[in-house]
Design a protein. Structure first.
Length: 261
């Protein structure tokens, strides 16, 4: 079972997101729809060469940053077996403090935590964000990010591999995603690379999130990092074969792609 906590506007987009999550069997009791704000929409223009130009609408007061502590009950860490969040929540208040406090409570309760950095180089110049990101990483069991765009700026390293190794700790796995180059998982006991799966690419929107879903689904099932990386790369590759951000495969489709690879 999956529980989603977050904030959206009480508008057509917010209600669509809530209903879509519920239709997939997600518990949305901690999703707050606020009539005073607009649900953020990310409009991505895909250029002819595959480059992407994103626009956030509205450009300020993003709905996901209105997550408040009351949406994360004190007993929640005792009710869950895994917590996953995004660095996007760490850029502004009140979401940053609410997220950091919750991750610290999960760590104290022994609940595994995964964090997708999910913030590009332009955010790394904000010292407050970097401090928040490092505090969140200290609570992590799994840290996921794009090698060039996220891990390198965070670590201050001159290569994705150096950044990933620098960020790896006992008890913390680092996933270095490399787009078409696949991904490498770094742990205290070694590293494991997986190439991307061969697919006809429509666009790459959502591929990182799809990778996360495959990787975490495998880890939650008790699979080792090498196999979890295969699951992640298969899910990310499958996502690129579909236009738009909703290309994450179902479990049967993922298992079929894994069998072919």
């Amino acid at each position: 079972p999956v529980l989603f906590a977050g904030t959206a506007g009480d508008d057509s987009l917010g209600r669509m997101l809530r209903d879509d999550l519920a239709r997939e069997g997600v518990d949305v009791s901690l999703l707050r729809l606020d009539p005073q704000i607009a649900t953020i929409m990310i409009l991505v223009v895909v250029e002819a060469d595959g480059g992407r130009v994103p626009f956030a609408l509205p450009p300020s007061g993003a709905s996901h940053l209105q997550l408040v502590p009351e949406q994360l009950p004190g007993d929640l860490p005792r009710r869950i077996s895994w917590a996953h969040t995004t660095g996007m929540n760490l850029t502004e208040e009140p979401a940053a403090a609410a997220t950091l406090d919750f991750l610290a409570a999960c760590k104290a309760a022994g609940v595994p935590v995964s964090l997708d950095i999910n913030s590009r180089i332009e955010s790394m110049g904000n010292p407050r964000f970097l401090e928040n990101l490092r505090r969140a990483a200290d609570c992590c069991t799994v840290l996921l990010g794009s090698g060039p765009d996220e891990l390198m700026p965070l670590a201050g390293a001159d290569s994705p591999e150096a950044a990933a190794r620098q960020l790896t700790r006992p008890g913390r796995v680092v996933v270095c995603r490399m787009g078409a180059g696949g991904a490498t998982v770094y742990a205290d006991g070694g590293s494991w690379h997986q190439d991307a799966f061969p697919v006809a690419v429509a666009d790459t929107i959502g591929a990182g999130d799809a990778y996360n879903s495959g990787y975490l689904a495998a880890v939650w099932r008790g699979l080792a990092p090498r196999e979890a990386n295969r699951w992640g790369c298969a899910a990310g590759s499958a996502c690129t074969s579909v236009r738009g951000a909703r290309g994450c495969p179902t479990l049967p489709k993922l298992l079929d792609l894994l069998a072919q690879g």
